[in-house]
Write a protein that binds this ligand. Structure first.
Ligand code: DAH
Length: 346
């Protein structure tokens, strides 16, 4: 075969392929064209390639080069047609490949943990009552956790069995009375001290955060939980204001039919002290403690207790959260089971 005839047939094939591929409208047609032009056994390209053997050897390099160009151009035209028809190739049927009327697939979004939601909610309510939010460290010294709170050395609350004292690299703590001993704070009342040490009076703060006690976990106990601490110090703060604030808080958070009860109690850092109960499902349920700041606490901080008075309270955040969401086992909050947690969408 002459070189000219060979090149003519290549060009003819390319023209034909381009024309038909440019106008192809279905994947079935496209597949038929693929077989016709580049099919491995009897495709047109294959047939032309066979003719190369009959070309004089001096013309073969030119013929081969042109052959490669045409083969590549046909392959490109096939690829372009495949993309134009949706990129699916032969296994896809005709027609549009997506149904734009179907609802979208919702991306999985995270959500706030119920305790985090509760904390935000409590901050919001107390903020409206004029309380500023402060924070304190979870690793504390005995001064802030006990001493300044009027908890004497021999008080059972300081027992190593009831606290997570830290054996730091620097210091092995054997004697919890040691002022340098560090522990995971057992109460957020520590923040009362930190605030009165650093902020000018009068002040009105809340502090929300984790506390730690070596309790065996059960439905109502967990070795880590959250408290909301409140402190209001001013010239004439009264117990009546304490009760009003807690009642306002309770009705904002739990609903207007809630009742609040104070029961006489004892805490070293308040005098008088009360336990705070809310009426819930036919029962009084304890939510925390409160009282008037003990003069000894003011004294430890160099505050004149003749001039200043204050109230303080500490409430259990998990209890409030469980009450609101109807959760009955505190451990469920900390199992990290998203199937459980997902129920409490924010
Ligand atoms: N810190 C106490 C506890 O963890 C709760 C408490 C009681 C906090 C009385 C107070 C308070 O501020 O006045 O059990």
């Amino acid at each position: 075969m002459s070189l000219k005839n060979f090149i003519d047939s290549l060009d003819g094939l390319l023209g034909e392929a381009k024309q038909s591929l440019d106008s192809v409208t279905s994947n079935d047609q496209l597949e038929a064209l693929r077989v016709r032009f580049v099919g491995a056994k009897s495709g047109a390209i294959k047939a032309v390639q066979k003719l190369m053997g009959s070309i004089e050897s001096e013309h073969r390099p030119v013929a081969g080069k042109r052959f490669n160009e045409v083969r590549d151009a046909i392959q490109s035209a096939l690829d372009a047609a495949t993309v134009r028809l949706g990129g699916g190739g032969s296994q896809l049927s005709d027609g549009p490949q997506i149904d734009p009327t179907l609802p979208g697939i919702r991306p999985t979004l995270g959500q706030l943990h119920p305790i985090t939601q509760t904390i935000e909610h409590l901050k919001d309510i107390m903020g409206r009552l004029g309380f500023n939010v402060t924070e304190g460290p979870e690793i504390e010294d005995t001064w802030h956790n006990f001493v300044a709170l009027n908890i004497p050395e021999d008080h059972p609350a300081r027992d190593p069995l009831d606290n997570f004292y830290l054996a730091t690299a620097k210091k092995q703590v054997h004697n919890p009375a040691d002022r340098d001993a560090m522990l995971l704070r057992s109460q957020t009342s520590t923040v009362q001290i930190r605030v009165m040490e650093t902020q000018p009076l009068p002040l009105r703060i809340i502090s929300l955060g984790r506390v730690y006690r070596p309790d065996a976990p059960d439905a109502t106990h967990f070795p880590m939980f959250n408290q909301m601490e409140g402190l209001w110090v001013d010239n004439h703060v009264t117990m009546a204001q304490l009760k009003s604030v807690l009642r306002l808080f309770a009705t904002s958070y739990l609903g207007s039919d809630v009742h609040v009860r104070f029961r006489p109690s004892f805490f070293p850092f308040t005098e008088p002290s009360v336990e705070v109960d809310y009426w819930w499902n036919g029962n009084w349920v304890e939510f925390g403690g409160a009282g008037m700041v003990d003069p000894n606490v003011f004294q430890a901080l160099g505050i004149d207790s003749e001039e200043w008075s204050g109230f303080a309270f500490g409430l259990g955040v998990e209890r409030l959260c469980m009450r609101r969401f109807g959760i009955v086992d505190i451990r469920d909050l900390y199992r990290s089971d998203v199937r459980f947690l997902r129920q409490f969408a924010s």
